[in-house]
Design a protein around this ligand. Structure first.
Ligand SMILES: Cc1cc2nc3c(=O)[nH]c(=O)nc-3n(C[C@H](O)[C@H](O)[C@H](O)COP(=O)(O)OP(=O)(O)OC[C@H]3O[C@@H](n4cnc5c(N)ncnc54)[C@H](O)[C@@H]3O)c2cc1C
Length: 432
């Protein structure tokens, strides 16, 4: 239960970062999570068809709470876009219940983001592309029907090489060609969240990968669509509310106005990738908070060595450490989200400095969340290892936060770029 009147709450979510409207949305989501997700969170990963628990929850979030309309700008009949701070607050609350639900929800906005950003840009070419895409596809996200989108970038050979901004699109193997008034796409993708169930894909392609950003292209492909097919759903360690599969594009043809090519497309892509960092750091805080709450409650009741577990000094020191990491990570993601929302003061999201700032927050939160949740299991005993204990899911889910978006390794390399010229591209000296 999120008590917005407590002093602790006010200290954790200070007014300098979180305004009244954002607090209202945060409370609405927190109450939803307590009512709809917490009671079933230990069952979510076993809902293999998604019919029993996952889709009903997503429908309520998308339709009943209106989140789907927040992904569409007001100019197109929606209620969005929402701010980075609002999104991050929402992610923290949902991941407190289930990281997979949070991913499935936020990736819909992520898939639409390149078109939304293009529509808001000052470039006439990008703006006109954004408008064409939104004119065509925004209406379906305004229907009272669950709709999902997907940002389809990762490929089997290496996803990091695509997300690595130094590679400038030179390792994107999915090929796009302009033939008359159509784009023709050939290739395959792997891993994308919402793949196989999405109504709309933003597909990352290159017309000639050797040319890097010159041939880079972003193309929207709805589904079902001729030439698009999928493999089986991946069976993962956790986060099963998020669907992932391979997507194959065999001579897929879509109208020319659904695609954008060249450096502008590249800039939109990289901005979209980095824009997910504060939200994913918030997901880590949510998982840590969910695990902490369970641990605090259980160790308060379970008596060993003649007193409740949390009255033993080793447990107290650990709970204190966990609370410290939650506080620091929360402050860091809120500051970062606020900086993203105020580009006029803090600058572009894609400079070395901003990427280093964002990656340092995400690497810290992702590493510490996963490490602390695993250590916390020691204090839960066997109860921490069974579904009904409500704790083990955080252990399985938090591992993912270190891997997505290029992962912690790529993240730490990017942090170093603020301080020295570290070359981690695939094309640096002595590489190609
Ligand atoms: C549940 C889930 C959801 C996902 N959602 C999406 C999505 O919505 N859209 C999408 O397109 N993809 C998605 N992905 C893919 C995800 O972004 C990639 O898995 C991730 O970026 C890591 O890529 P990889 O697994 O191919 O690792 P690889 O690219 O094979 O990297 C292997 C290792 O090498 C390290 N490494 C990376 N670059 C370098 C370098 N330059 N030098 C040295 N070491 C390096 C990596 O950090 C990693 O440790 C998702 C994956 C999962 C599991």
């Amino acid at each position: 239960m999120l008590n917005q009147n407590s002093q602790w709450y006010k200290l954790q979510y200070p007014e300098c970062f979180v305004n009244e409207e954002q607090r209202m949305i945060q409370k609405m989501i927190a109450d939803f999570v307590d009512k709809e997700i917490m009671p079933v969170r230990h069952l979510i990963d076993d809902d293999t068809t998604h019919e029993e628990i996952v889709r009903p929850i997503l429908k309520k979030l998308h339709i009943d709470l209106g989140w789907q309309k927040l992904t569409i700008p007001k100019d197109f009949g929606g209620m969005g876009p929402s701010s980075v701070v609002t999104n991050a607050l929402k992610n923290e609350q949902i991941s407190r219940g289930d990281y997979g639900i949070s991913l499935a929800l936020s990736v819909t906005a992520w898939g639409l983001a390149p078109a939304l950003r293009a529509y808001r840009s000052s470039s006439p070419t990008a703006k006109s592309w954004g408008k064409s895409v939104l004119d065509k596809f925004a209406p379906m996200f305004l229907e009272n029907k669950l709709r999902q989108a997907c940002l389809n970038m990762s490929e089997a050979q290496s996803a990091c090489d695509i997300e690595n901004h130094l590679n400038e699109g030179r390792l994107v193997r999915t090929k796009s060609e302009l033939k008359g008034n159509e784009w023709v796409i050939n290739g395959s993708k792997q891993w994308a969240s919402n793949s196989g169930i999405a109504d709309l894909n933003c597909v990352i392609c290159n017309m000639d990968s050797k040319s890097g950003k010159e041939g880079f292209s972003l193309i929207y492909v709805p589904e079902p669509w001729p030439g698009v097919s999928h493999g089986k759903f991946e069976v993962k360690c956790g986060v099963n509310a998020d669907r992932n599969t391979s997507t194959y594009f065999d001579d897929v043809r879509v109208p020319k106005e659904w695609g954008l090519k060249g450096p502008e497309a590249w800039d939109l892509f990289i901005t979209t990738v980095v824009s997910a960092f504060p939200g994913n750091a918030a997901n880590c805080v949510g998982m840590l908070q969910g695990a902490f709450d369970e641990l605090l409650a259980y160790t308060g009741e379970r008596v060993v060595g003649g007193k409740p577990v949390r009255q033993h000094l080793s447990t107290a020191a650990f709970l204190g450490e966990m609370a410290s990491v939650i506080s620091v990570s929360r402050a860091a993601y809120l500051q970062l989200a606020y900086q993203y929302d105020h580009g006029e003061i803090y600058g572009s999201r894609t400079t070395d400095s901003m990427i280093a700032q964002a990656r340092s927050v995400l690497c810290f939160a992702a590493r510490r969340a996963s490490e602390l949740i695993l250590r916390g299991m020691e204090f839960m005993g066997s109860q921490g290892y069974v579904r009904e204990g409500q704790y083990e899911k955080y252990y399985r889910d938090s591992a993912l936060a270190k891997l997505v978006l290029g992962g912690v390794q790529l993240g730490l390399f990017s942090v170093c770029r603020q301080f020295y010229d570290l070359d981690f591209s695939s094309f640096g000296t002595g590489k190609l």
